[in-house]
Design a protein around this ligand. Structure first.
Ligand SMILES: Cc1cc2nc3c(=O)[nH]c(=O)nc-3n(C[C@H](O)[C@H](O)[C@H](O)COP(=O)(O)OP(=O)(O)OC[C@H]3O[C@@H](n4cnc5c(N)ncnc54)[C@H](O)[C@@H]3O)c2cc1C
Length: 498
């Protein structure tokens, strides 16, 4: 590895690091990415076993529509054609299915088709829900138009175009007027209130880590806009996105080094960043740059001895994270029932909290994606998220039992599943920790304040002028779309500064 100076060092080749690195390399900066693994992607990666290709983390994608974060990224990199025009990224409609103890609702992008589902499942509340969705769709359109800090999945606003100042002020006032309105106010007259609240809860918890009851109308608007704007599936596995971003970095003469674990962010006396200490395979090296970007989650930066930078002010924005636990199953395709969609959000019991094993996210590869499994087989992933303070992550045995329990719960959606399983992998928090270096594999950590979307949340700057932060812990959303937004923001900040 040449020990020359770089304009920018990026620590970590997760989607956040790759986004910033690819944009800066394209803009002419001399960039190096250092990744401890032997492949890019972090949580947006895949795992292969016995002929199956499983997504380890992200499997349901959004933000590819015009104006969305992925769209903005691919446009600037000039790779839109190869990303979207082939058949690797395909839109799913319905984007996902919600399964409640006595209801099954497909989330179609078209509201009329969605209302048909509501009419079948909640006929008495059809008109109430029409009013509700009409209003929040209107709010979402406005948020989408403003973009910027107001919408976690849009960068510059509608169609990537910056809007003029007066319009921006008017739109901001409109959003402000709605920001203290809650679902509660809407639901008073609803007949099937409990079930409908849980139906919405399922989505706000999964997509935004917040309960429906705590959600303001702008927040609900953004979450309900996800299936409306389009949900996408990556044929062959989520790693495709990371691989393409890596290719883009190399095409722009950037470097990406694997087996390179950053052990310390180097600072000068005044606390200015000057480079990193890295272990490349077994060799200790120092690489120098006046700008360092960290795709290392904030909680690692805070707790580990990786930098001497003090994050006192940031601490107040942080909260406990969510620890993922996933089960990857290779199954005979005969067991997949007809009404099941590629992505399912399932709640088992209305009376249990809407997280942990009461909220299970299930994905199955579509019939047309033959790349994921041997002939006649399909791959299923099922994930749950537990609050980090209740998990004893070193107790793997308990988690194994939990895995077996979850397989039984899945039979509510996939009857007789247990009889058709041919391959099982449990991804416990320690496995996730090993793959991503995240403590207990933990995600989240942004304080979910009332205004989470748009008005607060951590930004990409750090207490040190030349250390920038990217990744899902720096921007509310905890998804690849929000991570890409975080990466674009950081690239823009650096471009302005240097
Ligand atoms: C089970 C699960 C399901 C999910 N489902 C979805 C979904 O369906 N849709 C969606 O959009 N999102 C989903 N997500 C979230 C999404 O995957 C993440 O938000 C996103 O991929 C995070 O990217 P990142 O760049 O912030 O971090 P990471 O993916 O964690 O990347 C960080 C990278 O930095 C590297 N690294 C860390 N420390 C060092 C070091 N010291 N030196 C060198 N390298 C280092 C790591 O190896 C890693 O490659 C899911 C996550 C999980 C866990």
């Amino acid at each position: 590895m040449p020990l020359v100076d770089y304009d920018v060092i990026v620590i970590g080749a997760g989607i956040g690091g790759l986004t910033t690195a690819s944009l800066l390399a394209k803009r002419g900066f001399k960039v190096i990415v250092l990744e401890q693994n032997d492949h890019p992607g972090g949580y947006c990666g895949t795992l292969s076993q016995d002929g199956y290709i499983f997504d380890m983390g992200a499997s349901l994608f959004w933000g590819f529509d015009e104006g969305g974060c992925f769209y903005s990224l691919f446009s600037e990199l000039g790779i839109m054609d190869r990303m979207l025009k082939g058949d690797r990224i395909r839109r799913l409609d319905p984007g996902f299915q919600t399964v409640l103890p006595n209801h099954r609702i497909d989330l179609f992008s078209d509201r009329n088709r969605f209302f048909e589902e509501i009419k079948r499942e909640f006929p008495k509340d059809l008109m109430n829900l029409k009013d509700f969705y009409n209003e929040i769709d209107h709010i979402e359109e406005k948020l989408y138009e403003i973009g910027g800090t107001k919408h976690p999945f849009v960068y510059n606003g509608k169609n990537g175009v910056k809007i003029n100042q007066t319009k921006k002020i008017l739109l901001n006032i409109y959003i402000l007027l709605n920001k203290n309105r809650y679902l509660e106010g809407y639901m008073r007259g609803w007949d099937e209130r409990l079930e409908l609240e849980k139906f919405i809860d399922l989505q706000t918890m999964y997509f935004g880590q917040r309960g429906a009851g705590d959600s303001t109308l702008p927040f609900l608007a953004i979450i309900s806009g996800i299936p409306r704007r389009g949900i996408y599936y990556i044929k062959g596995g989520a790693h495709f996105i990371a691989d393409e971003l890596e290719s883009s970095i190399r095409e722009s003469k950037g470097e990406l080094i694997y087996h390179a674990r950053v052990e310390e962010i180097l600072t000068r006396k005044k606390g200015d960043v000057c480079g990193v200490k890295v272990r490349h395979r077994d060799m200790p090296l120092e690489i120098f740059s006046r700008t360092v970007i960290s795709d290392i989650p904030i909680f690692n930066l805070l707790k580990r001895d990786i930098s001497r930078i003090r994050y006192k002010r940031m601490m107040k924005y942080l909260q406990q994270g969510w620890v993922p636990f996933s089960i990857l199953l290779g199954v005979d395709e005969k067991v997949i029932p007809e009404p099941m969609r590629e992505h399912v959000l399932m709640m088992r019991d209305y009376n249990l909290p809407s997280y942990g094993d009461n909220l299970i996210f299930i994905s199955v590869n579509p019939v047309w994606d033959k790349t994921r499994a041997p002939e006649g087989k399909r791959c299923i992933t099922a994930s749950i998220f537990l609050p980090s303070d209740i998990i004893q992550c070193n107790n793997k045995g308990v988690l194994r039992e939990k895995g077996e329990e979850i397989i039984l719960y899945l039979e509510d959606v996939i009857p007789f599943l247990s009889d058709y399983i041919e391959c099982v992998i449990y991804l416990d928090p320690l496995t996730y920790q090993r793959v991503t270096m995240r403590e207990d594999g933990k995600m989240g950590m942004i304080k979910g304040g009332i205004d989470m979307y748009g008005f607060s949340g951590l930004s990409n700057i750090s207490p040190s002028r030349d250390l920038f932060l990217v990744g899902d812990t720096t921007y509310p959303g905890h998804s690849t779309a929000a991570t890409v937004k975080s990466g674009i923001r950081t690239a823009d900040l650096i471009t302005k500064r240097i």
